[in-house]
Design a protein around this ligand. Structure first.
Ligand code: SAH
Length: 236
C-alpha cells in the first residue's frame, strides 16, 4: 500500500514511457561504462541496471537518459550524473534493513535507485514545483506491489526529525558544511554521505557516527552539485 505521503493513485498520473528492449540495452552499456570507471559494488550496479532512467526525463529529452551526464530537470535543478548516483550510493552502502533519508529528491531517480536496495526510503525536496511533479512521477512508475518512499516537501537540511534516527543519510546537493541536524539524526553506527565545499569544488564526504558524541569524517573525490539551500545549507 502507498503511504499517505504519496497520495496520488497511479490511475491519476501520466503513464510512464515504456521500458523497451532498446532502453534496457542502453542501460546495460551505461552500467558497463560505470564499471569501467571504477564502480565495483554489484548491488549498486544492478540497481542502476534496473531503474529506467529515461522515465525521469521529459519525452523530448529521452535520448539523453543513458549518457553518463547530469541533465536539467527544470527549476534550475539537475538529475545527477549516473556516475555520481552510483558513486554516492556505493559510498552510502545501504542494506535492506537500513532506514535511509535522501535530501534533494529532484527527479526522484536516486530515490528509485535507493528503493532497490532498501524499502525504508525517506526523501525530502525543497522546491514545491519539483516536489509535486516528482511525487506524481514516482506514484506512476513505481510498481504498486513494491515498496513506496515516504516523500516530503520542505527543508531537508533540517532532516526529518519525526522519522529519525536514520542508518544512512544521503545529501544530493552541495553543502557549505555538515548540517548539524543531519548529524543529530544519524543513528549510532550510521553514515552520512554529503558533498561539502564551495559552489564549484565540493568533495564527497562520509561521516560515520561512532558514538553519541563521536563522528569520523573521510573525504573522497571532487564533485560539482547544485547548492543545498535552507537553514543548514547556503541560506542558513
Ligand atoms: N537526487 C536528485 C538530484 C537532485 S539535484 C535526482 O536523483 O534527480 C538537488 C536537489 O536538491 C534539487 O532538486 C534541489 O531543489 C534540492 N534541494 C536543495 N536544497 C534543498 C534542501 N534544503 N532540502 C531539500 N532539497 C533541497
Amino acid at each position: 500500500m502507498l503511504p499517505v505521503s504519496v497520495p496520488l493513485p497511479a490511475s491519476n498520473a501520466a503513464a510512464p514511457a515504456p521500458d523497451t528492449y532498446r532502453h534496457r540495452g542502453q542501460r546495460r552499456a551505461l552500467v558497463a561504462a560505470l564499471r569501467a570507471r571504477g564502480i565495483r559494488d554489484e548491488r549498486v550496479l544492478a540497481a542502476l541496471a534496473a531503474v529506467p532512467r529515461h522515465q525521469f526525463f521529459a519525452p523530448a529529452f529521452e535520448a539523453h537518459a543513458y549518457h553518463d551526464k547530469a541533465f536539467p530537470i527544470g527549476e534550475g535543478q539537475t538529475i545527477s550524473q549516473p556516475y555520481t548516483v552510483a558513486y554516492q550510493t556505493a559510498l552510502l552502502a545501504p542494506a535492506p534493513h537500513h532506514r535511509v533519508l535522501e535530501v534533494g529528491t529532484g527527479s526522484g531517480y536516486q530515490c528509485a535507485v535507493l528503493l532497490r536496495l532498501t524499502p525504508h526510503v525517506h526523501s525530502i525536496e525543497l522546491n514545491a514545483t519539483l516536489f509535486a511533479a516528482t511525487q506524481r512521477r514516482l506514484a506512476a512508475l513505481l510498481p504498486p506491489d513494491g515498496p513506496a518512499p515516504r516523500l516530503r516537501c520542505g527543508d531537508g537540511s533540517l532532516g526529518w526529525p519525526e522519522a529519525a534516527p536514520f542508518d544512512r543519510i544521503l545529501v544530493t546537493a552541495g553543502a557549505p558544511g555538515l548540517p548539524p541536524a543531519l548529524l543529530r539524526q544519524l543513528a549510532v553506527g550510521g553514515q552520512l554521505v554529503i558533498p561539502v565545499g564551495p559552489a564549484h569544488a565540493q568533495r564527497m564526504v562520509r561521516v560515520v557516527r561512532e558514538g553519541p558524541d563521536a563522528f569520523a569524517r573521510e573525504e573522497f573525490e571532487p564533485f560539482r552539485f547544485v547548492p543545498l539551500l535552507g537553514a543548514g545549507g547556503w541560506q542558513g
